[in-house]
Design a protein around this ligand. Structure first.
Ligand SMILES: [Fe+2]
Ligand SMILES: [Fe+2]
Length: 356
């Protein structure tokens, strides 16, 4: 158990495991295993819920239940697990978007952007070509996971079971579900094949600080992190993808995804390397072994607070960095296998100010 003034900001992903309870969704196409943390129960009230999981199965993720909507926007991010092939997903996904029930397919790492109230899903895994499957994460801008299901294939029994789950043991449910009065039927006859909603699916291509010289328009997205005297260290992968609000239909979110392969400092520059943001940020460190979601396979240190209180991460963990709290530097001390890193920052730009 970590100790210190800021130890409570380190959240093992395992805290979202619900022993003895079924995964919220357990269908063939859905996660073999996942962890889903939310602001309300796990993340200090941050207006965010996010998931991380491993996938190998084919089929519909929530049969009969979709499309669905949320009161907040979300990103649905499909990524591969080969750190050296960042543009390989290893799966083929079919996704239905908008009131047009527009069908799209993709087989590259991609983010689907669903604004608040925007109909999305069914999500169907058509094929899995990677022998270890692929990964998927949700980034949703609400502390309380909330969904309204609009599909007409959901049975009364399922509705009763989901509502029972909502009241079990006096605990708040992991997902607050409601059901549309008017239900939507998804079939060959009702779907469309246009591209009115094509822009809501964006390919992920490596573009982050580790890769390239930033153009002026990109530089301002990063704040002082892109200052000329700062540069990536050996701990930062060159294959990371950074998406900003401008890339995500104006969402108040920027996220960075990458699989880290090397030890060392993540950033180099003058001073001690602590910085702040005007918005909340959550940093997730997770393993890439689909056989063991609770293993990280690396040891990473992060400093929290202006005192540089040093913490060591040796299991899959989310670190909550509330707005204004100094954090960094980050150093990968060692790794036995590549690990996944996901930064979720609740502003359209990654406004960064170094404090020491
Ligand atoms: Fe959704
Ligand atoms: Fe940060």
């Amino acid at each position: 158990m970590a100790t210190g003034k800021y130890a409570h900001l380190l959240k093992p992903l395992k805290m979202a495991e619900r022993p003895g309870q079924e995964q919220i969704f357990k269908n063939t196409g859905n996660a073999d295993v996942n962890r889903w943390l939310n602001g309300r129960d796990h993340l200090e009230g941050v207006e965010l819920n996010f998931s991380w999981g491993f996938y190998t199965g084919l089929g519909d993720w929530h049969p009969g239940m979709d499309p669905h909507v949320h009161p907040y926007p979300e990103c649905l991010v499909f990524v591969g697990l080969d750190p050296h092939r960042p543009e390989y997903l290893g799966a083929k996904i079919q996704y239905c978007l908008g009131k047009e029930l527009e069908i799209h397919t993709f087989d590259r790492p991609s983010v689907v952007v669903a604004p608040a109230g925007f109909w999305h899903c069914p999500s169907v895994t058509l094929d899995v070509t990677s022998p270890i499957g692929y990964s998927f994460f949700i980034i949703s801008l609400g502390a309380d996971p909330t969904t309204r299901w609009l599909g007409d294939g959901i049975t009364d029994e399922q509705i009763a079971r989901m509502q029972a789950q909502s009241t079990e043991g006096g605990l708040k449910p992991p997902m607050i579900s409601s059901f549309g009065k008017k239900r939507v039927h998804v079939s060959e006859e009702t779907v469309s094949h246009g591209d009115v909603n094509a822009r809501f699916i964006k390919p992920l291509a490596p573009n982050s600080l580790g890769t390239r010289t930033l153009a002026d328009g990109d530089r301002e997205q990063y704040g002082e992190m892109a200052a000329p005297e700062r540069r990536p260290g050996p701990g930062m992968t060159k294959n990371a993808v950074w998406m900003f609000g401008r890339d995500l239909e104006g969402m108040k979110l920027n996220f960075c995804w990458g699989i880290q392969t090397d030890p060392g400092a993540w950033m180099r520059g003058p001073g001690h390397g602590a910085h702040v943001h005007p918005t909340d940020e959550v940093l997730m460190f997770a393993g890439t072994d689909p056989a063991d979601i609770d293993s990280l396979g690396a040891e990473i240190q992060i400093d929290l607070g202006p005192e540089h209180e040093r913490h060591v991460i040796d299991r899959p963990t989310a670190v909550v960095c509330p707005a204004g709290l100094a954090h960094g530097p980050i150093v990968t001390r060692w790794l036995d296998r590549p690990f996944a890193f996901l930064l979720m920052s609740l502003g359209a730009n990654h406004e960064t100010t170094y404090v020491d």
